[in-house]
Design a protein around this ligand. Sequence first.
Ligand code: PGA
Length: 258
Amino acid sequence: MSHLIFAANWKMNHGPAAAADFLSTFLAHYPRQYDRKMIFFPSAVALAAAAREVKHRPDIEVGAQNVHWEDKGAFTGELSASMAREAGASFALVGHSERRHLFGESDEDTARKCVAAQRAGLTPLLCVGEKLEERERGEAEAVISRQLRAGLAQIQQGGGLLLAYEPVWAIGTGKNATPEDAAAMHGHIRAELRAILGDRGSGAPILYGGSVSVGNVRALLQARDVDGVLVGGASLQPGTWSAIARSALPERESAPLP
Ligand code: PGA
């Protein structure tokens, strides 16, 4: 059985002290799990503190919210993948919609960041998602295909990879994709992965993100090809996050017979 993945994107919340407080409270009430994995994405300055807190927990890891594609140099304000690794990260978010749309990150940037992450021994979690107007124009699948083909252009086969489908209109809006829409897009992503990376890449876990809550997480995890969730707002309080992460394992929809 493959593990479900619960990923918490804390964005620009929780400094080192708050991150350590959160984790000590959370871990005291969240015993080791054997059927699911958890990844916290704290702020860069809280990475080391978070990594220390979860060190004794093989089911929990931490990741960087963003990395630069160069390993070092004159890039004021940036964080390299190898520095994130040294601070205790095992993963790196790449191409989150806030990076793309607030900070002008291009598809080519995401490709370089995926490679840099892998080179440093981090598993990239590449985020893709369409805007509302793109969905309304019927272009959602084409946008996702473009983001995937560009972002994965230089990826190493077998180097470790996670994907997240995060429709931009669902992030922080309280309006999640329906399980049916998520399943349809995850199926499309799975097919694209097979086309781009071949059989080895097609099994990469695909998370859903965008207004995941205690109320909707189980239905979303039940949808076909949804292998986990990437959660922003609802991951910020230990109680809410624990309720999400303890969701009863759903009966997964089985794939249709060919
Ligand atoms: P949200 O954010 O859960 O607050 O919608 C998700 C994300 O941005 O990863």
